[in-house]
Design a binder for this molecule. Structure first.
Ligand code: ATP
Length: 752
């Protein structure tokens, strides 16, 4: 892929923005201090592939802002005789990939592995599965995506293109949500769900083709899929060591396609080339390379702008750039990439304030957001049509970066920042997860730009200089080298992989490997010889981190499964139950106090959940929301937790567990179950009032937000550590030392 060289072109015309900004900024105390000039943007002289643009594509007359692809809409447009269906077929023919259909199909039929490098918007993700479907692959085709919003929206779009309701011919499968039927042939699923499927079907026998899309993201699950596919190919297509599997599987070879717009194609090709030297082979096996095919061109060009100077405050820069676009540029929605939820919420409230004060004649602004912890129903709002007299502004994290098309988006504002999860395996015994705000990579920048220009000429405004772009790392460090490996290793054990021999594309960090194996051993998921135990197999059945799955399984022994299910659902929710409210912390603390339980945070959380369940029984949607608002509690977290609890109940039922076992208000059974999962998160009181980890070197303090009454309890269990000025334990409950003594793996520890 070519880098975009910079040139100096006139900046965006600033005059009208200046006028508008003066007007709106004057009302905001935080922006009143000084007048800043409009951001000066330099346009790149090579908009993304304008020369290779294929013209002739028209924006749909009837569906100018139609949210093609949202689940609600698909059912109404799946009429194959309808005009809309015909228009979609015309659109399909215009996509650059259509010209290469024959050669793609030929390459896939001749090779076990094909690597496709195609520009953003060339049609890879939506079209290739349909070509395969129409080209005689009779069983299922899996298309993996790193993110759930991409999997669900793509399935809906492709269903519409096939003229079928979603969940029939084309479906999706993501954690806690599935929409497939007996006739489903194309399944869009997250890479994590494919790993889950391998736990029941290690050779993926139900699939003819597995397409690994957006492989450049190198998520942990993508890397596991890639390594597993290598093994599966040897067994299904070659002559692996497992002769039984070979007999059954050879008649049904598997085709693998790896796709991305910004891939280090050579690295992937080499990875698969070494496939047959890695596995034992017979003479009849012809070494098979992985050809790289390039899909040239995109439908519409994207003009790229960089700021002329670096911006210290990307939120302020995004705000000004948005209004600059809004006032100066023709219609089209705006997609702003920001690192995280906090930034999105901050910018959204500023945008709303300023949007209310726009001069007459300037279109309205509608804001909506898109981030991982937003419930599905909220996420799909971004696909809704924008009224003709308004401009939509979507504030998103990098979950909107790859694969998705948001109809109507013509402008992208890229902050150049992202949140990156890192596991610091060397810290605090069991390791420690942290979220850092970091600069994005070149590959991300190109993907972000690619979200514009899906339906028409697009524009991408980067809030960083061209030099900063050039200095960016080409691609992201693989997640396997910076994430906790505990859950992934448990899944690999269940699939039957030998961890030491697993052909990862990049070797994981040895410290993280050690830390993951230690955690699995402590949980009794693996034995002293590292073999998977029955308990470990049961843990893997839950879509939870193994620690919380262990708590849930232990709750049967302590007769508190109903409470444990609610607690782990809350702990697994992606939003915190008690959001930080620095501006009115005292009010928040006071209103939450009525749920306080003397034993600490876990029972306090449970009290909230119980009270919310009662509210749900008597109140409608708005009553529930009001109740949460009054008590300064996150409605989102509770709603998500209720959904997770329902899923867990289903799994418990399938496993023959009695989920109705309740301990009432007796606190010990739940705390003992919790301890079973969080053995590595136990600390003992020291004479100076701090706590020393039982299984790690760190001295920790109880986080100030904790509801624990006795801050000098002899022993505590906690959910996580946070690092600020000190190391704090967050989500804390007091436990008896006698509980800790119940665990033989902790007996080396002096408890008195
Ligand atoms: N939900 C949708 N609504 C409207 N148009 C869509 C939708 N999904 C896809 N398209 C159209 O199909 C084109 C190809 O999309 P597709 O996702 O297949 O491209 P891609 O090559 O996989 O791009 P990327 O690498 O960015 O995912 C888009 O540029 C857009 O014009």
């Amino acid at each position: 892929m070519t880098e975009i060289p910079g040139i100096s072109q006139p900046p965006l015309s600033a005059s009208r923005f200046q006028q508008c900004r003066d007007l709106v900024l004057s009302s905001s105390p935080s922006h009143q201090t000084k007048r800043r000039p409009a951001i000066v943007m330099m346009e790149s002289d090579h908009p993304v592939d304008s020369k290779r643009t294929i013209h002739g594509h028209k924006r749909l007359k009837s569906g100018k802002h139609k949210p093609i692809g949202t689940q609600d809409e698909v059912f109404s447009i799946c009429n194959r005789d309808g005009k809309f269906f015909q228009q979609l077929q015309e659109q399909r023919k215009q996509l650059p990939i259509a010209q290469g259909r024959e050669s793609l199909m030929r390459s896939i039929s001749l090779n076990d592995v094909t690597i496709i490098l195609g520009e953003t918007g060339s049609g890879k993700t939506t079209q290739l599965p349909q070509y395969l479907l129409e080209g005689g692959y009779h069983r299922q085709i899996a298309v993996t995506q790193p993110r759930r919003v991409a999997a669900t929206s793509l399935a809906a779009r492709v269903s519409a293109e096939q003229g079928q309701p979603l969940g029939t011919l084309v479906g999706y499968s993501v954690r806690f949500d599935e929409c497939v039927g007996p006739s489903t042939r194309v399944k869009y699923l997250t890479d994590g769900m494919l790993v889950r499927e391998m736990m029941n079907d290690p050779l993926l026998m139900c699939y003819d083709v597995v397409i690994v899309d957006e492989a450049h993201e190198r998520t942990l699950r993508t890397d596991i899929v890639l390594a597993s596919l290598k093994r599966i190919l040897a067994l299904r297509n070659g002559s692996g060591s497992d002769s039984n599997a070979k007999g059954k599987a050879k008649a049904t070879p598997l085709k693998v396609v790896i796709m991305s717009a910004t891939l280090d194609a050579e690295k992937f090709s080499k990875f698969f080339e070494s496939m047959f030297s890695w596995f034992p082979t017979n003479d009849d096996l012809t070494p098979n390379s992985a050809p790289v095919l390039y899909v040239k061109g995109r439908q519409h060009p994207v003009s790229i702008f960089h700021t002329s100077t670096s911006q210290n405050d990307y939120l302020d820069a995004a705000l000004r750039t948005f209004f600059q676009i809004h006032v100066d540029r023709p219609p089209g929605d705006v997609l702003i990439f920001l690192p995280g939820q906090d930034d999105i919420e901050n910018l959204e409230s500023s945008l709303r304030v300023f949007a209310h004060q726009l001069p007459q004649g300037v279109p309205n602004v509608i804001t909506c957001s898109l981030y991982a912890s937003l419930p599905n129903t909220e996420q799909t709002k971004v696909f809704r049509p924008t009224p003709p007299d308004a401009r939509k502004c979507i504030l998103a994290t990098n979950i909107a970066e790859t694969s998705i098309t948001i109809p109507g988006v013509r402008y992208v504002i890229d902050s150049g920042k992202q949140k990156e999860k890192r596991h610091l395996a060397r810290i605090a015994g069991s390791g420690f997860d942290t979220l850092l705000t970091t600069d994005i990579t070149k590959s991300s920048a190109m993907q972000r730009a690619g979200r514009a220009g899906r339906e028409d000429h697009g524009y991408c405004f980067r809030l960083y200089t061209e030099d900063a772009f050039k200095a960016m790392a080409p691609s992201v460090e693989p997640e396997v080298q910076r994430s906790s490996l505990t859950s992934a290793f448990l899944q690999l054990k269940v699939i039957g992989h030998d961890l030491d021999a697993m052909p990862f594309m990049d070797r994981p960090d040895p410290e993280s490997v050690g830390s993951a194996l230690r955690t699995l051993w402590l949980l009794d998921a693996i034995d002293d010889s590292r073999c998977l135990t029955d308990f470990g197999r049961s843990l893997a059945k839950f879509p939870l981190v193994p620690q919380y799955a262990a708590t849930l399984l232990a709750s049967v022994k302590h007769s508190c499964t109903a409470e444990a299910m609610s607690l782990v659902a809350l702990l697994s929710s992606s939003s915190p139950l008690f959001p930080d409210s620095s501006s009115h912390r005292d009010v928040a603390n006071e209103s939450r106090m009525k749920f306080r339980h003397p034993s600490g945070d876990h029972w306090t959380m449970l009290n909230v959940f119980r009270a919310y369940d009662e509210v749900c029984a008597s109140e409608g949607k708005s009553g529930r929301k009001d109740w949460c608002k009054r008590n300064c509690i996150s409605h989102r977290a509770l709603r998500e937790a209720r959904n997770i609890r329902t899923q867990l109940r289903g799994i418990c039922e399938r496993m023959g567990m009695d989920w109705s076992l309740s301990c009432g208000n007796e606190e010990s059974p739940l705390l003992r179950s919790l301890l079973r999962g969080l053995l590595q998160h136990v600390a003992l009181l020291q004479p100076d009032g701090t706590y020393k980890q039982v299984m790690g070197p760190s001295v920790v303090k109880i986080h100030p937000s904790s509801f624990l009454m006795d801050k000098r309890s002899p022993a505590i269990v906690y959910n996580e550590l946070v690092y600020t000025t000190n190391i704090y334990a967050r989500g804390v409950s007091a436990v008896y030392k006698s509980f800790i003594a119940e665990f033989p793996k902790l007996t080396g520890v002096r408890l008195s």
